[in-house]
Design a protein around this ligand. Sequence first.
Ligand code: NAG
Ligand code: NAG
Ligand code: NAG
Ligand code: NAG
Length: 194
Amino acid sequence: MAIHGINMFLLCTIALYVIACVASATAYKEGRVVLGYFPVQRTVSDIPWQSLTHANIAFAYANDSGNITFVGDVVNSTMSSEQNARALISAGQKNGVKMLVAVGGQGNFSNHLATALSSPDSQSAFLSNAVSFVKDYNLDGIDIDWEYPKDLDDAQTLLSTLQGTRNALDKSFGQGKKLLTITLYNHPYLGPDL
Ligand SMILES: *[C@@H]1O[C@H](CO)[C@@H](O)[C@H](O)[C@H]1NC(C)=O
Ligand SMILES: *[C@@H]1O[C@H](CO)[C@@H](O)[C@H](O)[C@H]1NC(C)=O
Ligand SMILES: *[C@@H]1O[C@H](CO)[C@@H](O)[C@H](O)[C@H]1NC(C)=O
Ligand SMILES: *[C@@H]1O[C@H](CO)[C@@H](O)[C@H](O)[C@H]1NC(C)=O
């Protein structure tokens, strides 16, 4: 009886603790955006869905012609990055998290993205591929992660990319239905190697 009582007490304490944790995770999200970047290689169970409102799957690769794909190592011998991305997106959405793809990222991913965006033909291919990609993966939006525009020409290119992406998304999915976000660097221009 005593043991039973202790067990009941413990169970209740654990149950209350779990409810309190979930409640506090939900409470601090209230009215805020809590966004995480997750590599496309992460497994569904790695991600604290309860604590998030938005997640960016990072990073999709845009090649010089503006084609967009998930590349990189397979998660394990049975699942590709692409299959894993689909699993992440559907798990996030089931948990009420808005799922976006972050295109670009560090190093050569952004170098190729910059090349694609800088010529009108490949920029327009990028825009239509972005729409196909969002449709294909059933995403809630797209994050442009160009690290980093380095001069005024690049800034102009970023602006036309954002305008073009907004228009393309609105035209295909309805006005404001899909999210468009960017990663900004809150410093002045520091030089071409930064
Ligand atoms: C980009 O990817 C597409 C699709 O795989 C391919 O047809 C195209 O040749 C690639 N462009 C470059 C410059 O690699
Ligand atoms: C380029 O990428 C898009 C989106 O991922 C895809 O739908 C399309 O078929 C690709 N184009 C080519 C030429 O491979
Ligand atoms: C490997 O992929 C399969 C899906 O094909 C999945 O069920 C399994 O959990 C994955 N294993 C690991 C360690 O990620
Ligand atoms: C990026 O660069 C690394 C190292 O130079 C190379 O191994 C890799 O294939 C490149 N990836 C892409 C997507 O260009």
